[in-house]
Design a protein around this ligand. Structure first.
Ligand SMILES: CC(C)(COP(=O)(O)OP(=O)(O)OC[C@H]1O[C@@H](n2cnc3c(N)ncnc32)[C@H](O)[C@@H]1OP(=O)(O)O)[C@@H](O)C(=O)NCCC(=O)NCCS
Length: 431
């Protein structure tokens, strides 16, 4: 129940927005294809405008093998000669038919029951040849020259799902084999899509500890790519296009584990997501609180007051002391807060009400708030921060605070120290 309720804001936000999903050929084999169809069916039912760009690599390989041909690659890109192009046409034609069949299922007792998803496709892409590199002629391997946005939008207006196969045509009528990741990016950029999604052979980007990195800016992603840090084979292919897309005005690019059942839904409809999202600007920012934030701050700290983590303040006190608060906004949601009570004469300030919403924890947002509060204190000419805590001592210790005692507190604070709470005092000198 909770899961569905928490999805409501996203459902409101995404209606009539365009999502482009690049699907590696591996995902379109077996049961994974069915599960993907179920999820896309649900997205379409929520009035999300869906463009699917399927990859055909495994099928092309099989077709080449059937014809006794050897696949040729140069710099990771297929070289498509005339016989290989025939295999590409066979593979893509069959793939399109299979995908249409996938979305035509509507058996009772399946997630497709009662659905009548219409899938359309068309000649939306003008292509040109890649040309010759290092003396190797790519022949019928092409690159996107233009996307017919008007036709694509018209198809989206009249269909539930638009299928864009990764091939294009030149004005002279030649056919070119294109790579899925480029076509998906070009469509998303041309449509100024809300989301471009790639289903990958990895959970997303990971850091040096192997932990998933839930969000990166395009700039940070470029650094990861240059250092080849946390980059699987698919990520190496998709990340450059994800970066290009957000630079071209696509709102978000997502890299999601292709093996995770329901990965698309979890990524789109939960605040924590399951993959890595690439954005142009950071998703999180800390700013000073304004009157409209009061409700969110109360919502954040009330449960913590009730379980005794924070000292009870009450709404009126919060309202009066709103100027002490900074809030952390994540993707438009107030997901954290902290307050700074300055003791100017002693050159110090109390850091209080540090809180991050449970769904948003363990992704560095608490550290972001702390960093902001330290800068705020420094800007006010203060030399040290102190905090009173009963349950979070290690979090502060790991961020440069040291155990101190009641005697070190500013006089006014000492007089009001609540002996019963037995809070420990931690202090950090601001450099
Ligand atoms: C403390 C709090 C603000 C941290 O927020 P956050 O966004 O998760 O912080 P970060 O992502 O920067 O740090 C997460 C790390 O801190 C650790 N951590 C979280 N709470 C901790 C605690 N009470 N004691 C020690 N470590 C803690 C996490 O385990 C994680 O480390 P790991 O990934 O190595 O395991 C958040 O857990 C919270 O709101 N807690 C309840 C309120 C509270 O205790 N506030 C302090 C009152 S003085």
């Amino acid at each position: 129940m909770g899961w569905v309720r928490r999805a409501a804001p996203y459902i409101h936000a995404f209606g009539e927005r365009t999502f482009v999903i690049g699907i590696g050929g591996e995902v379109l084999e077996g049961d994974a294809a069915k599960r993907l169809a179920h999820d896309c069916n649900l997205l379409a039912a929520l009035e999300i405008r869906l463009v699917l760009v399927p990859g055909a690599r495994p099928r092309i390989e099989r077709e080449l093998a059937r014809q006794g041909l050897t696949p040729v690659y140069h710099r990771g890109l297929r070289v498509t000669d005339a016989p290989a192009l025939e295999c590409v046409k066979q593979a893509m034609g069959a793939l399109r038919i299979d995908i249409e069949a996938l979305f035509s299922q509507g058996l009772p007792n399946t997630p497709m029951a009662g659905s009548q998803v219409r899938v359309s496709s068309g000649n939306f892409i003008t292509a040109r040849p890649v040309g010759v590199y290092d003396g190797v002629d790519y022949q019928f391997t092409g690159t996107v020259r233009r996307i017919d946005v008007e036709a694509l939008n018209a198809a989206l207006d009249s269909s539930d799902i638009v299928l864009v196969m990764p091939h294009g045509h030149s004005p002279s009528g030649e056919v070119f084999n294109l790579c899925m990741e480029e076509v998906a990016e070009a469509c998303a950029s041309a449509l100024k899509a809300e989301k471009l999604v790639y289903l990958c052979d990895a959970p997303g980007l990971v850091d040096e500890r192997g932990t998933l990195v839930p969000e990166v800016t395009a700039e940070q992603a470029e650094v990861c790519l240059a250092g080849a840090r946390g980059i699987s084979e698919d990520l190496g292919l998709y990340l450059p296009y994800a970066i290009r897309a957000v630079k071209n005005g696509v709102h978000r690019a997502h890299l999601i584990d292709r093996d995770l059942d329901g990965g698309l839904l979890l990524e789109f409809f939960t605040p924590e997501g399951v993959g890595t999202v690439v954005t142009r600007e950071p998703l999180a920012r800390v700013r000073e609180a304004v009157a409209e934030d009061l409700g969110a701050i109360v919502g954040l700290i009330q449960p913590l007051e009730e379980d005794g983590t924070l000292v009870r303040r009450g709404r009126e006190v919060l309202e009066r002391e709103l100027d002490k608060f900074s809030v952390l906004e994540h993707d438009g949601v107030v997901a954290g807060c902290a307050a700074l009570y300055a003791f100017g004469e002693e050159g110090t300030a109390e850091l209080a009400c540090v809180a991050v919403m449970p769904d948003y924890r363990r992704r560095g947002l608490g550290a972001l708030i702390l960093d902001h509060m330290e800068r705020r204190a420094r800007a006010a000419g203060l030399k040290a921060l102190f905090v009173l805590t009963t349950r979070t001592e290690h979090w502060f210790l790991e961020r440069g605070f040291e155990l101190s005692d009641i005697k070190s507190l500013p006089r006014a604070k000492r007089d009001y120290y609540n002996l019963q709470r037995r809070s420990k005092v931690f202090r950090k000198t601001l450099s």
